[in-house]
Design a protein around this ligand. Sequence first.
Ligand code: MN
Length: 487
Amino acid sequence: MAYKFWFVVGSQHLYGPEVLKEVAAHAKIMTDGFNADKSIPFDIVLKGVVTTPEEVKDVCIAANGDAECAGVITWMHTFSPSKMWISGLTILNKPYLHLNTQFNRDLPFATIDMNFMNTNQSAHGDREHGFITARLRMKRKVICGYWEDETFRSRIGGWMRSAVGAIFSRSLKVMRLGDNMRYVAVTEGDKVQAEKDLGWSVNTYGVGGFVERVNAVTNDEIDAKIEEYRSKYEFNTENINAVRYQAKLEVALESMLAEGGFNAYTDTFEDLYGLEQLPGLATQNLMGKGYGFGAEGDWKTAALGAVVGAMSKGLGGGYSFIEDYTYHFEPGNEAVLGAHMLEVSPTIAADNPKIEVHPLGIGGKSDPARLVFEGKEGDAILVTIIDMGGRFRMVAHDVRAIKPMEKMPRLPVASVMWRPEPDMITANEAWILCGGMHHSIISYDLTAEHMRDFAEIMGIEFIHINKHTTIHELRDKLAIGDYVWGR
Ligand code: MN
């Protein structure tokens, strides 16, 4: 979808038509300036200057009804009495950004008079607007800065990604093949609450139906898929039949996902009746195309992966389903090794991924083909969503992905190593105190602020583990959160 953001400028009639014309002209110049700037990733559509309660309400109703509108951005060039905004804002259901900016950067010291003051009073008008949005308890973001400033614009761009994630999330569909892994707690959750709070429609489809599709895949379809693999990856196996079986799985999965309009899916190694291998390479290649995935029936991480994909569209850093797997506790050189049984996205590979076939050691099926690679270096976040019973908690964690200190030639899966902030001990204690899952999404493009803004729009709890985190403060935050969000 070609998401757009609506720019609405507030004013009133008190200043006369000349001032309103000037306000409209400024808004046009600003809109054009924003749209010409690459740091603003989505189009901004100027919806004009609103000066009456009817105009405010009309624009809010129209925004609600426009599927492409991913958010409303407002700014009060002059003073706009905010009771005019109540009837519109109380029904608006799009993400909301309130800008506090000004058309001119500097005061015109030599010529400033009351006329200038009345035309350029966002310092004053945006405070009136801030009061009403606070009074209405609106979910909103406020960004202050001069409109041509680079940081100001990139912050707008960042919020837009969160807003697009929210709009995408509200119509996200997850296909589940099989249930959750038996006895596992953290991958469970309330699917009704998830649809209410996050918009995720999560439904199950029989593995038998999937098997039928797998068996119906033709040799030509497999050949075409193998060509696709050859164009993207290096073959490091003689067992072409195992690779062809993954190609078959991918063709079947792809057709089911496309037909159902699904953005994400799950499977589980405990429910593979009629299948020869657990999807490995197939799932990795699909993740590379933007599908969310969760292993062991983990529909929350599957959906979260799709949301992260929508939010990071056009960025090249990569993101993946990942699992905290094993620790390296060497003093001063501590790190976490993240991996999974098979399913890590090739978008985070440091070098060309290799297709290999190895035993799985779990699930009792044939040796599955998978992509093996080392994850790239760079600043990243880990994000998780857990079900606290009646509500969700999102945790984002700042990490630094690193090149492993030594080669791991016998590791038969894709992996990525990271150093967590603020340090290995505090970081892991903090994550565990939050109840963060062993599964998460690693993203090299998004920051905790993107996820915080997403959580704000959706209305769920958000915790950020970062270089300032201390365990005592975190414990207090979690305790307060239980009262704010409900136990
Ligand atoms: Mn797992």
